[in-house]
Design a protein around this ligand. Structure first.
Ligand SMILES: [Zn+2]
Length: 65
């Protein structure tokens, strides 16, 4: 049983019920992990890899009227 790197809670993952690309959520801290491998089970955090270029990179146009 893998454990959550964030809070060391045991992640309740049934190997029969997940496949690569599935996202599992830690019950304790809510961190999301994507299944990237099954034998052996490998997880990667979801929220580190997101390129959030929607919010921060928008040019701030001053529209004052
Ligand atoms: Zn956790």
């Amino acid at each position: 049983m893998p454990s959550c790197p964030e809070c060391e809670n045991s992640l309740d993952i049934e190997l029969d019920e997940v496949e690569e690309g599935d996202v599992v959520v830690c019950d304790e801290c809510g961190t999301e992990y994507e299944v990237v491998g099954l034998e052996p089970l490998e997880l990667t955090r979801v929220d580190d890899d997101l390129d959030e270029d929607d919010d921060d990179l928008v040019d701030e146009e001053e529209e004052e009227e």
